[in-house]
Design a protein around this ligand. Sequence first.
Ligand code: FE2
Ligand code: FE2
Length: 221
Amino acid sequence: MSDERLETLQEIGTAFARTRAPEPDAPMPAQPTLSDIFNLRLNTPKFGLPIAAAAHCTQSATAALNAGLDEETVLACLLHDIGLAVVRPDHGWWGAQLVEPYVSEKVSWAIRYHQALRYYADESVGYAYPQMYVKMFGEDYRPPDYIAAAHEHARQHQWYMHARSITLFDDYSFEKNPTWSVEPFTDIIGRHFRQPKAGLGNDASPTAHMWRTLIDPSKPL
Ligand SMILES: [Fe+2]
Ligand SMILES: [Fe+2]
């Protein structure tokens, strides 16, 4: 092997070596459950966001529970931003796909479409365009075509209100340092989230690799 090629391979190896996490990830149990994911992986803010996904999602699910919403909608609120634990862009789609093997179609549908519905007011249920988005995107912002199309599709759908309910409890769930716990939702998770016996990331589901990425984000390959 030429010296140049060897050097290139060594360079690639160095680049691929385990990147040091800003803070080491807490050890996970061998068979991680959804509660473990909340407590050990969604518990700190990521991607420059000011609030941890678990803190925001539990606030929004608590509000839905207090409003007397059905259990599947409460679960959808609890999981609505779980996609943000993997990546920021299109978190609705990512989150829905991540949980799809374990929840009803209605729950994953609501998670997928909440992202698009956030951009569109619905005065009939008291949902206004978020001030946060004016700040993020500017006064005259128009969402891209695929968001507009997803919104149109969701509006006509029989499950529209399930996704819309997520947006209702989303905007009021940004208290930065709340005391939160996933414990009040244990029974709802038990009834509506098919926890794999082998643990998330260890089963052969089509999204096991996504859970493994969430669990160990600094793995070299
Ligand atoms: Fe969201
Ligand atoms: Fe949210």
